[in-house]
Design a protein around this ligand. Structure first.
Ligand SMILES: [Cu+2]
Length: 143
């Protein structure tokens, strides 16, 4: 019911999508859930962001296994499925140089774990000992 979108400010944070960044350590800082948006920021035409298969992620061979191509330089990619996403830069040599990231997306969090709503849920049938049952049944406060 409650659906929140988390905007990830630039893949790799301040440095954006570029060579020479450890995206593994970046991705491990987050728990990605369905509805999150990855924001690839880079200089258009100097890089790109291809969503690829795991095989292509590992081989860096972007001649096959490309699922989606993002090339605008301001690519917002909504993670719509509960799966592993794999992205590489398909500019020659960049993926092999580490410009690649794997993102594991889990189901959207169920907004229900912080603080059970008081005693109401924990004691649904609970008639508080003593006066409550008696009071509501027999005592008329408006009398
Ligand atoms: Cu690149």
């Amino acid at each position: 019911m409650k659906h929140e979108t988390t905007y990830i400010d630039g893949v790799g944070d301040a440095e954006g999508w570029d060579t020479g960044i450890n995206y593994l350590s970046w991705s491990q800082k987050y728990n990605f859930t369905v509805g999150d948006v990855l924001d690839f920021n880079y200089v258009k035409s100097q890089h790109n962001a291809y969503e690829v298969t795991e095989d292509t992620y590992r081989s860096c061979d972007g001649s096959k296994g490309v699922v989606n191509k993002y090339e605008s330089g301001q690519d917002k990619v909504t993670l719509t499925e509960e799966k592993k996403y794999w992205f590489i830069c398909n500019v020659s040599g960049h993926c092999l140089g580490g410009m690649k990231v794997g993102i594991e997306v889990t189901a959207a969090a169920v907004a229900n774990n912080g603080g059970a709503p008081g005693g109401a849920a924990s004691n649904p049938a609970g008639v508080p000992p003593g006066d409550s049952g008696v009071g509501s049944g027999l005592y008329d406060p408006y009398q």
